[in-house]
Design a protein around this ligand. Structure first.
Ligand SMILES: Nc1nc2c(c(=O)[nH]1)N[C@H]1C(S)=C(S)[C@@H](COP(=O)(O)OP(=O)(O)OC[C@H]3O[C@@H](n4cnc5c(=O)[nH]c(N)nc54)[C@H](O)[C@@H]3O)O[C@H]1N2
Ligand SMILES: Nc1nc2c(c(=O)[nH]1)N[C@H]1C(S)=C(S)[C@@H](COP(=O)(O)OP(=O)(O)OC[C@H]3O[C@@H](n4cnc5c(=O)[nH]c(N)nc54)[C@H](O)[C@@H]3O)O[C@H]1N2
Ligand code: SF4
Ligand SMILES: [Mo]
Length: 905
């Protein structure tokens, strides 16, 4: 029998803030989650994603058993761990024997734990003998890695979270912290409320929620950051706001940079960046006159064909002003994934080795080979993510192991990625959810334990290592990643190095951590003094934490000495280069992509919690109102957006938070939720020459209206995951189809679709059966001549399913009746009449989005409150919105800042 509620302290599995969570469970099931008051990243706070973790992970979506496909074209069938891993070991060994070690590859993830990472690295480099091991961090942090290494000598963010709170001037560039690092943003909000003098500058082409805290927002032309940073330095030099003594004592290369930035006059920079000279001057003055200056950045800088140059140009500003190594100062790259840092530490990019070493260095290879007790590590360069999938596509890589990432959704140029996965002779996918786009291509699917079910360590953005603890056992036959990897490795080594002692003799993640940590000794990240016991007794710790240390290191470079050959930091003088895809007649818009507040990447986990769709319900492309007018588009119209690589059909909306010439699409919708391979069918694989990070934020696109007169709408409660899986393939023939979840207490599947002509009646009948509107308590009106039909299932006086075909004018009205639990006489009258337009004055009015997900407060309710004269505190008191996680507060502030909105407009 399950025991009463237990509490296990662990961490949130989403972003790089690395919040501590207290998991409530009964040893079998996770029942709830709270912020851990003792964790130094969040002190008890959680955001809208962290606080709903217990509502995610529907077992109907989890991978539960190993599944094997015995031949291309066949379906996968259930297997067992022994047969599955033996089979994988045989295929890998044969491929390596026949085609060499570089014919296999591993593609892993910043969401793995440090121990998982370490196991994979040892497997690839020591046992297989290939450097073909790369991770999704290539799409995420690799430009920051290059920036830190070449400017400061080591891949180490020098600051900590308290520095953010203490700083006098913050530059937030290409980071939408309000959505992507919410708890850190809460800490910043509180700090600014206490010290309103603190100056905040946001550099982002869009006016994001993060801008709610900004004293100055610079909506630069996408990709122009290098010019901006050089322009700021130009003014700092001109005004004498640089620290010559610091430059003299601790840096190198300033003269070349000085020569370069002389050309970046305020006039030229204001033209390149599309901002006024005044705001540029103001920005430089804020930085130059601040007692302490700190910068935060994320994907707006990294995901760029000049990502390394952007990183170094920003670090230049800190070196030139001596704003590093002291409280409230320094260049602070925010990491995206919970353990992106751990990946960098353990060497999980093809060009790295464990302990911040280089795969290209013979000396580093020899050190690691000796520690592992193997003759040598491979010298040939490994493939980075984009190169790797291209090598798969052209048949050079013949066996691919993918763990904890969903490249068939998240990589750019999806047509090529899907081609590669379809062509690859053997694809292994180690996944927690079987529903992902990549699982579709798995010849072997290995079910992985996930959040709350596995143990190990992670490092957050401020170099802080936390002990991740498991609360409950993994469901069915799912196993922790380290265990899957080492079990496979032991089988493979029997084939590749028979008779030799095992390199993978681990029966607990702690053994992996203990072995790994010594590889960091005497290196910049030295964490050889850490252990699970220290983390348990003293709490999470920041590296370096060398042997014998009693506490971690909150800040680096206080003495001005850098881990470079001569101890000096290095200025870099890279010229500004425009993004790869220039605007031209066929593609007049630049497509920007990024995150939503309540969704996580490909939505395998967040997409199982219906309420997380309350804030944004469907995939929509945003365009500036002027671009809408130019194309005669109305919000809600279906459009085709196309780039040089592919196209997508979805609705459009007017959005004045972006500028004319730009378009914005969230990154989250892939082929599972949205027909047509998702957002990344449009994005480009062009990458930065040093970091090889692709330019995911600036694709040239064009938009045109499409006429798809036959529309479809459906909503169905119960068994949403099972219905989703069964229904999704039936929409392949539709030009547009978007499947999402909706609701709160009663989650439902929500489908919108459209095509040029009505589909075959048999297809519609099949869809009806899966929606449960084919029989039973269903009211139906069909007009076969017009191919129009409406069906509503009513149980216990409540709507439980809706299906409109051919024409969907009543969809918003019906959906609101459903959500209010009504099925009144109006509904019955409407159902039995040929008319499709809904009755009543409120007809067709779309329910407004849920602003506050914790307390379920809609935007309409907030607007009504504002119209009745409430301010932020009043709204919090009356409606309770923004009083729990606080993620909605920036948006409420924005509504308050605009003129009162009439509620029943
Ligand atoms: N809710 C949520 N949070 C997350 C994640 C998630 O999926 N959902 N993912 C996590 C991960 S892995 C990551 S990497 C982080 C990402 O965190 P962020 O980087 O903060 O998020 P993005 O929305 O990808 O992009 C940030 C901003 O860059 C801007 N931008 C685009 N082009 C440019 C440019 O040329 N210059 C400048 N200065 N800005 C530009 C975009 O308009 C966008 O607002 O979020 C983490 N946190
Ligand atoms: N257009 C566009 N594309 C982007 C970006 C963008 O801004 N714009 N951002 C890029 C960035 S920064 C990133 S980080 C990537 C993220 O891209 P992905 O790595 O593809 O994102 P996720 O959907 O988080 O994939 C993680 C997978 O691991 C699975 N999983 C969860 N827990 C576990 C576990 O414990 N073990 C195992 N084995 N599996 C588990 C999840 O179900 C999920 O499918 O996307 C990139 N792609
Ligand atoms: S800020 Fe939110 S998503 Fe990030 S770690 Fe904390 S609770 Fe998780
Ligand atoms: Mo990321």
């Amino acid at each position: 029998m399950a025991s009463p509620t237990q509490i296990t302290a662990s961490t949130c599995c989403y972003c790089g803030v690395g919040c501590g969570v207290l998991i409530e469970h009964d040893d079998e099931k996770i029942l709830g989650v709270q912020g851990d008051p003792a964790h130094p990243a969040n002190f008890g706070k959680l955001c809208s994603k962290g606080s709903t973790l217990h509502l995610t992970g529907d077992l109907d979506a989890r991978a539960l058993y190993p599944e094997l496909r015995l031949g291309k074209g066949l379906a996968r069938t259930r297997s067992d761990w022994d047969s599955a891993l033996d089979h994988a070991a045989n295929v890998f060994a044969e491929t390596i024997r026949e085609h060499g070690p570089d014919s296999v590859a591993f593609y892993i993830s910043g969401q793995l734990l440090t121990e998982d990472y370490y196991a994979f690295n040892k497997l690839a480099r020591a046992l297989v003998g290939t450097n073909n091991i790369d991770s999704n961090s290539r799409l995420c942090m690799s430009s920051a890695v290059v920036g830190y290494k070449r400017s400061l000598g080591a891949d180490a963010p020098p600051c900590n979270y308290e520095d953010i709170e203490q700083s006098d001037c913050l530059l937030i560039a290409g980071s939408n912290m309000a959505y992507a690092h919410p708890v850190l943003f809460r800490r910043l909000e509180e700090a600014k409320a206490k010290r309103p003098d603190m100056q905040i500058i946001v550099v982002d082409p869009r006016r994001t929620d993060t801008c709610e805290l900004a004293d100055l927002h610079l909506p630069i032309i996408p990709g122009s950051d290098v010019a901006l940073f050089h322009g700021i330095l130009h003014i700092l030099m001109w005004e004498g706001w640089i620290d010559r003594a610091y430059i003299e004592a601790h840096t190198e290369g300033f003269d070349a940079l000085k020569t370069l930035v002389r050309d970046y006059s305020p006039q030229m920079v204001s033209e390149i960046c599309g901002i006024s000279q005044d705001s540029l001057q103001q920005c430089a003055r804020m930085i130059g006159s601040a007692p302490s200056f700190l910068s935060l950045w994320c994907m707006g800088l990294n995901q760029s064909s000049s990502g390394s140059a952007k990183n170094s140009a920003l670090i230049n500003l800190h070196l030139a002003t001596g704003q590093i190594g002291k409280p409230g100062a320094g260049p602070f790259s925010l990491t995206g994934q919970p353990n992106a840092m751990g990946g960098r530490e353990t060497g999980s990019l093809s060009n790295l080795l464990p302990g911040h070493r280089e795969a290209g260095s013979a000396e580093h290879r020899a050190e690691v080979a000796q520690y592992w007790g193997v003759d040598a590590l491979p010298a040939s360069a490994g493939l980075s993510a984009i190169e790797l999938f291209e090598a798969v596509r052209v048949g050079k890589v013949k066996a691919l192991w993918i763990a904890c990432t969903n490249p068939a959704q998240s990589m750019p140029d999806q047509n090529k990625v899907h081609e590669a996965l379809a062509a690859c002779p053997f694809v292994v996918v180690q996944e927690a959810f079987f529903t992902t786009e990549t699982c579709h291509y798995a010849d072997l699917l290995l079910p992985a334990a996930s959040w709350g079910e596995k143990e190990g360590t992670v490092t957050n953005s401020e170099r802080r290592v936390s002990h991740v603890r498991s609360a409950v056992p993994a469901p069915a036959e799912a196993r922790p990643d380290w265990a899957i990897t080492t079990d496979f490795a032991r089988r493979l080594e029997k084939l590749l190095r028979p008779g030799l002692p095992s390199l993978f003799d681990f029966d607990h993640p702690q053994g992996l951590f203990e072995e790994y940590k010594h590889l960091t000794a005497q290196r910049d990240l030295d964490l050889s003094g850490l252990s699970y016991a220290i983390l348990d007794n003293q709490g999470p710790q920041q590296w370096p934490f060398p042997a014998g240390a009693t506490q971690g290191t909150p800040r680096l470079y206080g003495d001005g000495r850098y881990p470079t050959a001569n101890g000096r930091a290095q200025f870099h003088a890279d010229s500004y280069r425009a993004p790869k895809e220039k605007r031209e007649a066929r593609f007049t818009l630049t497509l920007n992509t990024g995150r939503l507040r309540d969704q996580w990447h490909g939505m395998s986990r967040t997409g199982t919690a219906a309420r997380l769709f309350g804030h944004v319900e469907e995939a929509v492309l945003s365009l500036h109102p002027e671009e809408m007018r130019r194309r005669r588009l109305q919000s809600g119209d279906l459009i085709k957006v196309r780039s040089r690589r592919g196209s997508l059909i979805l609705p459009v909306q007017a959005d004045d938070s972006i500028r004319a010439g730009q378009a914005y699409l969230p990154m989250h919708w892939g082929n599972r939720f949205l027909k047509g391979l998702g957002t990344n069918v449009l994005t480009q694989p062009a990458f930065d020459p040093l970091s090889k990070q692709p330019e995911l934020k600036h694709a040239g696109v064009e938009v045109e209206k499409v006429e798809l007169p036959w529309t479809f709408f459906a909503l169905a409660e119960d068994q949403v995951q099972t219905r989703f899986e069964a229904l999704r393939p039936l929409f392949e023939g539709f030009a547009y189809a978007n499947l999402n979840l909706t609701g709160r207490e009663r989650p439902a599947l929500l489908i919108r679709a459209a095509c040029a002509v009505a589909p075959e009646p048999e297809l519609l009948a099949q869809i009806d059966r899966l929606l449960g509107v084919h029989e039973g308590p269903v009211l139906a009106y069909d007009d076969p001549r017009k191919a129009v039909g409406k069906r509503v299932r009513i149980e216990d006086g409540r709507i439980t399913a809706i299906r409109l075909a051919g024409e969907t004018a009543a969809r918003d009205w019906l959906k609101s009746l459903w959500s209010e639990g009504q099925a009144d006489a109006d509904l019955r009258r409407w159902l039995l009449a040929p008319l499709s337009t809904p009755p009543g004055a409120t007809s067709g009015r779309k329910a407004s989005k849920t602003l506050c997900n914790c307390l379920n407060v809609s935007q309409d309710a907030v607007c009504a409150g504002i119209a009745s004269g409430l301010d932020l505190d009043g709204l919090k008191q009356e409606l309770k919105c923004g009083t729990s996680c606080g993620s909605c507060v920036p948006e409420i502030k924005r509504l308050l800042a605009t003129a009162p909105i009439a509620v029943n407009a």
